[in-house]
Design a protein around this ligand. Structure first.
Ligand code: ZN
Length: 577
C-alpha cells in the first residue's frame, strides 16, 4: 500500500508542489491513516454538496484501495462553490498545497468532480487527475430521455441502481432528464398498474431533483387506452410509414376530446406538484396526431393550439414551467408544417421556449436551411438505442460513435442541447458521447470514449477498446444495411475482447459496462461466424444480459420482447405486438 502525503499526492497528479514546508507534521499524521484522502467541503449548506462528496468517495472506493474521508484540516482535495464561475461551470486548480475542485454552483461542482474522476487513475491506489483548467457547458439543455415502458431497464431496475445511474450521467454533464407517464399501457386512473407507474414517474422526478437536474415530462393528445371512442382522433394517413399511429390519440378540436385531454393532464401535473416540473415536451407523432379537418395540418394547427392550452394549464401549477415543442416527423409527407409553424411564431406564441427537431436518419433540412421557427433555441433528439439492433440491446452494448459524430456534425453549429432517446443501459457509450457533444460541441466522440475507457476500464486498454468499438459498429452497420457481416472481423473482435478482458483490473472486469461489450463481442462471433444464437455459450450470454437488464423471463407485457434478449427460455404470455 502506498502512503501519500499531500506532497506525493500532488506529485502523482503530475504537478509541482508549491511551498516546501508541508512534509513534517502531515507525514506523521498520514503514517497513521495509510492511503487516506482527506477532503474538505467549502460552501453553502446544500444537500447536493454532501451528495457529491459521497459520489466521489464511492467511485474511488470501487476502483482502488484508497479511502476518501471528510476532514476539516490538511485536506488534499477541497470541494468548493465559487460564484465567480458560470453557474454550471467548474475549475480544477492547485492552491495552498491542495487540489481544489470548484463549481459555479453545487451542480457545477458535481460536473467538476465528474471530470476529476474520469481523468484520475486507479492502479492499486488513487492517482489524482492532472487535468487543470476551467470548463463550462455550451449547451443549455443537456438532457436524456428515459423511455419508461415495455418493462425495460428503466421500469425494472431497483431504485438504488437507477439513482446511481443518474449520478453517473450527471457526472458526464447531463442537466435534464425526461420520463413520461405511460398512459399508452394504462386503461385509466383505475387501472391496477396506474399507481405503480405513477410511483415510478415520481421516483424519477425526485431522483432528478435531488441531483439538481431539470425534470421533464412529455404530454400531448395520446392518453389512456380507455379514452372513449367518440373522442378519438382521426387516423393519420402516414404514407411513408414513419410517423406511426401508436397509442390512443384523442382529437383536441372536439370539445369533449379537449376537455378529456386537459382534465387528465391536469391530474397528471397535480400528482407531480409536490416534487416539481421544470420542462414539458409536446410530441406530435408516433404517439400523437389527428388528421381531422379541424386539426390539419396537425403540426402547425391542432397540435400548436393544444400545446398552447397545455402550457397555460401547466403554468397554473408550475409557474416557471418551460416548454419544448417537438417537430419530429413534421412534413412527412410535405404538408407545410414547418412553414406554418414559422408563420405562427412570427405572429407571437410567446409561451414556447424551445423547438426540438430530429428524424429517423438525417436531421430535417428546414431548420438548417431556412432557420429555426421563431428563432427559438433548437434541441435535437438523437435515437441512440434502437438503430441497428433488435431486440434493442438484444446482443449487448451497441456503441455507435462514428454514426453519432456524423449526425452531430450536421447540426452542431445550430443545436443547443437535446434529449437522446434511450431504451436501456446498453448504449451507455452513446450517452456519454452525446452528453459531451452538448458540453463542448467540438469535442470528438473519440476523445470522449478515450476518457470513458480510462475511467471505466482502467489504463492501458484504450487503443484496443477503441478498435473493438470500431469493429462492433462496423458489424452493426453491415447488419442494419443487410450486407454480409465480415466473419473474420467478428472472430477478431471476440479475440480482442477476450485479450482486453484478461488484462483488466478486477474492478473493471466486474463493471457491467465492460461485461456488455464483452458479451456483444461473444454474441457477434456466434451469430456472424459461429453456430448462431442458440449455442450453449450464446444462450448463457443472453441470459446474463436478461439479468443485467432486469428483464422478465416470462412476461404478460406484449411489448417486452422489444427489449428482452432472445433467450430460448423467454416467454411472452400475451403474445408479441
Ligand atoms: Zn382532430
Amino acid at each position: 500500500m502506498i502512503r501519500q502525503d499531500r506532497r506525493t499526492f500532488l506529485k502523482l497528479a503530475g504537478a509541482a508542489v508549491a511551498g516546501a514546508g508541508l512534509a513534517g507534521p502531515i507525514m506523521a499524521d498520514e503514517a497513521k491513516s495509510g492511503d487516506e484522502i482527506r477532503v474538505r467541503i467549502e460552501g453553502p449548506a446544500d444537500p447536493l454538496l454532501s451528495r457529491t462528496f459521497g459520489i466521489l468517495q464511492d467511485r474511488i472506493a470501487m476502483r482502488c484501495s484508497s479511502k476518501v474521508v471528510l476532514a476539516p484540516s490538511d485536506a488534499r482535495i477541497v470541494l468548493a462553490v465559487d460564484k465567480i464561475l458560470p453557474l454550471e461551470g467548474f475549475r480544477i486548480e492547485e492552491a495552498d498545497g491542495s487540489l481544489r475542485i470548484c463549481g459555479g454552483s453545487p451542480r457545477g461542482l458535481l460536473y467538476g468532480v465528474g471530470k476529476f474522476l474520469r481523468t484520475s487513475r486507479y492502479e492499486g491506489v488513487f492517482q489524482p487527475s492532472s487535468w487543470r483548467g476551467v470548463s463550462a457547458p455550451q449547451g443549455l439543455v443537456r438532457g436524456m430521455y428515459f423511455a419508461t415502458h415495455f418493462h425495460n431497464w428503466y421500469v425494472q431496475a431497483p431504485q438504488a441502481e437507477v439513482a446511481r445511474y443518474m449520478e453517473d450521467l450527471a457526472l458526464w454533464g447531463v442537466n435534464a432528464v425526461m420520463a413520461v407517464y405511460p398512459m399508452i399501457n394504462l386503461q385509466g386512473w383505475d387501472d391496477p398498474d396506474a399507481e405503480p407507474a405513477m410511483a415510478m414517474l415520481r421516483r424519477y422526478a425526485r431522483t432528478a431533483k435531488e441531483l439538481g437536474l431539470l425534470f421533464t415530462t412529455g404530454v400531448g393528445n395520446t392518453l389512456f387506452i380507455g379514452a372513449p371512442d367518440s373522442i378519438r382522433a382521426t387516423r393519420l394517413p402516414d404514407p411513408t410509414g414513419r410517423r406511426g399511429n401508436s397509442g390512443h390519440p384523442v382529437c383536441p378540436s372536439d370539445p369533449a376530446g379537449r376537455e378529456y385531454i386537459l382534465s387528465n393532464t391536469r391530474r397528471l401535473y397535480e400528482r407531480l406538484s409536490d416534487i416539481g416540473l421544470d420542462l414539458v415536451c409536446y410530441w406530435p407523432y408516433d404517439e400523437g396526431g389527428c388528421a381531422c379537418d379541424k386539426c390539419m395540418p396537425w403540426g402547425s394547427n391542432g397540435y400548436l393550439k393544444l400545446s398552447r392550452d397545455l402550457t397555460q394549464l401547466g403554468r397554473e401549477i408550475f409557474p416557471n414551467l418551460k416548454t419544448i415543442l417537438s417537430t419530429w416527423m413534421f412534413d412527412t409527407p410535405p404538408e407545410g408544417e414547418w412553414q406554418g409553424l414559422s408563420d405562427a411564431l412570427a405572429r407571437g406564441e410567446d409561451w414556447l421556449d424551445y423547438i426540438l427537431a430530429d428524424a429517423h436518419e438525417d436531421f430535417p433540412r428546414y431548420p438548417l436551411d431556412t432557420g429555426v421557427p421563431g428563432k427559438r433555441p433548437l434541441l435535437n433528439f438523437p435515437e441512440i438505442s434502437m438503430w441497428g439492433n433488435s431486440p434493442w440491446g438484444g446482443v449487448g452494448a451497441n456503441p455507435l460513435p462514428a454514426r453519432f459524430q456524423r449526425l452531430w456534425d450536421q447540426v452542431k453549429h445550430v443545436v443547443q442541447g437535446g434529449f437522446p432517446y434511450s431504451e436501456g443501459i446498453y448504449e451507455d457509450m452513446n450517452k456519454a458521447v452525446s452528453a459531451q457533444f452538448y458540453w463542448d460541441r467540438d469535442r470528438s466522440a473519440r476523445a470522449t470514449l478515450e476518457e470513458y475507457i480510462g475511467y471505466e476500464f482502467g489504463s492501458g486498454v484504450s487503443g484496443d477498446v477503441l478498435s473493438l468499438v470500431e469493429m462492433l459498429e462496423a458489424a452493426a452497420s453491415q447488419s442494419y444495411q443487410k450486407q454480409p457481416v465480415d466473419a473474420d472481423a467478428a472472430r477478431r473482435a471476440r479475440s480482442l475482447a477476450d485479450s482486453v478482458h484478461a488484462r483488466l483490473p478486477e474492478w473493471a472486469r466486474r463493471n457491467w459496462r465492460w461485461e456488455q461489450i464483452h458479451l456483444r463481442a461473444l454474441l457477434d462471433q456466434e451469430r456472424f461466424a459461429g453456430g448462431g444464437l442458440h449455442t450453449p455459450e450464446a444462450e448463457a450470454a443472453l441470459l446474463r444480459l436478461i439479468e443485467l437488464y432486469h428483464c422478465e423471463l416470462e412476461t404478460n407485457d406484449p411489448y417486452h420482447h422489444r427489449v428482452r434478449p432472445k433467450s430460448q427460455r423467454a416467454v411472452s404470455r400475451n403474445g408479441e405486438k
